[in-house]
Design a protein around this ligand. Structure first.
Ligand code: SF4
Ligand code: FES
Length: 374
């Protein structure tokens, strides 16, 4: 095995890029996989069987919107048979009582529900779809089954001032865990960065709210605050390291060390249709490309933090500098850090005050083809 890394323990299964929502920070690639290219039920069964045998213990069934897959319960059952804990990551749109019942019967263990804002109209506007009522219904259905519920919110300038109300919403919906993740700017979020970038003042006041609410909710609801790396000069340990703990399988079977890596030039990622998972993880050039620390240049190469942050995010380094092997510009030690500082300290990032005019987003579209078998 390369560079002393162990086997993966988590698998992000992107079942489809299709989605009724059009979030401006969507983590799916700019080039979406077409519905006709999606792995079949049997192909997912095989992937999950291999994953279980190889030591994967947890999978996030995600998308896009995984409920668009009519075979979702069969995929959950395959994971369960393989001994893999399944969490459904969903917008809640399309989750009926019957559908949820079938998923629970198949072995689903928990659900992560996304919401865009505590206010219904603003949530719908950010999502580009009237989805808030469906989310509210989905939360109630999930709680009724007794499954653990997590609420997931991507934060940006249009909802950061509402974090207190968002926490209230998550608590009212019965969430055990509320994940408040500040936008990471690559892919769609980079394209919409001008509209999504918060001000330092917004971030500081939201951070203070989180600290207070965390203390209040200690022991009942877990609050997770994912810090924005543009503002503090600290690179995040993206993915826990490249090819270190988890892998992503895209809808068409492309295997990636991180969900955004398909844009990296020359990566030539392997596909589960051609190769076994074990070969992909241990021997594929793509998974070994930025694994460990040997690939690093200065300043990472001689930095004491290289074993803990792994040089930051390869996709962000590529998006901002055109070279995925450079130090992540989010790091204050990076020679390219000025690229990030210029944005974070721009008049908009530094001084803008809420309430702000509604931004116009460049929205992603869904792949138009119908799902195989529908
Ligand atoms: Fe991390 Fe590299 Fe910055 Fe050091 S120089 S803190 S290893 S990103
Ligand atoms: Fe790809 Fe960070 S998002 S390495």
């Amino acid at each position: 095995m390369s560079d002393g890394h162990g086997r993966p323990w988590a698998l992000l299964a992107e079942l489809t890029h299709g989605c009724p929502l059009h979030c401006p920070y969507c983590s799916n690639p700019l080039e979406l996989a077409r519905r006709s290219q999606e792995l079949t039920t049997d192909e997912w069964r095989d992937v999950l069987r291999q994953a279980g045998e190889y030591g994967v213990v947890q999978t996030h069934l995600s998308g896009g919107e995984p409920l668009l897959r009519t075979d979702l319960a069969e995929i959950v059952a395959a994971a369960d048979v393989a001994g893999i804990y399944t969490q459904l990551v969903t917008s809640g749109v399309g989750l009926t009582e019957a559908r949820l019942g079938a998923l629970v019967d198949a072995g689903l263990r928990s659900v992560q529900l996304s919401v865009q804002h505590a206010d219904a109209a603003r949530s719908d506007r950010i999502a580009g779809h009237r989805a808030f009522a469906a989310k509210e219904r989905a939360a109630a259905l999930i709680r009724k089954t007794g499954l653990p519920l997590g609420v997931n919110v991507v934060l940006h300038r249009d909802n950061l001032d509402a974090v207190n109300a968002i926490v209230d919403l998550g608590v009212a919906w019965g969430a055990e865990r509320i994940e408040l993740a500040n936008t990471q700017f690559y892919g769609w979020a980079l394209r919409n960065r001008e509209a999504l970038l918060p001000s330092r003042a917004q971030l500081a006041s939201a951070g203070a709210v989180i600290e207070r609410r965390r203390a209040e909710l200690a022991g009942t609801t877990e609050l997770v605050w994912v810090v924005p790396d543009y503002f503090d000069g600290v690179a995040k340990p993206c993915m826990g390291g490249w090819g270190a703990v988890s892998l992503t399988i895209a809808p068409d079977g492309t295997a990636l060390p991180c969900p955004a890596a398909s844009v990296l030039p020359g990566l030539d990622p392997p596909n589960v249709r051609d190769r076994r998972l074990e070969w992909i993880w241990e021997s594929s050039p793509a998974f070994n490309r930025y694994r460990g620390t040997a690939w690093m240049a200065e300043p990472c190469r001689s930095c004491p933090r290289k074993e803990s942050d792994f040089g930051g995010c390869r996709c962000q380094a590529y998006a901002l500098t055109g070279d995925a092997a450079r130090t992540d510009p989010a790091c204050a030690l990076s020679p390219d850090h000025g690229l990030v500082r210029a944005v974070a300290d721009s008049p908009r990032g530094a001084h803008a005050q809420a309430p702000l005019p509604h931004p116009t987003y460049d929205a992603r579209a869904s792949p138009a083809e119908p799902l195989r078998g529908q």
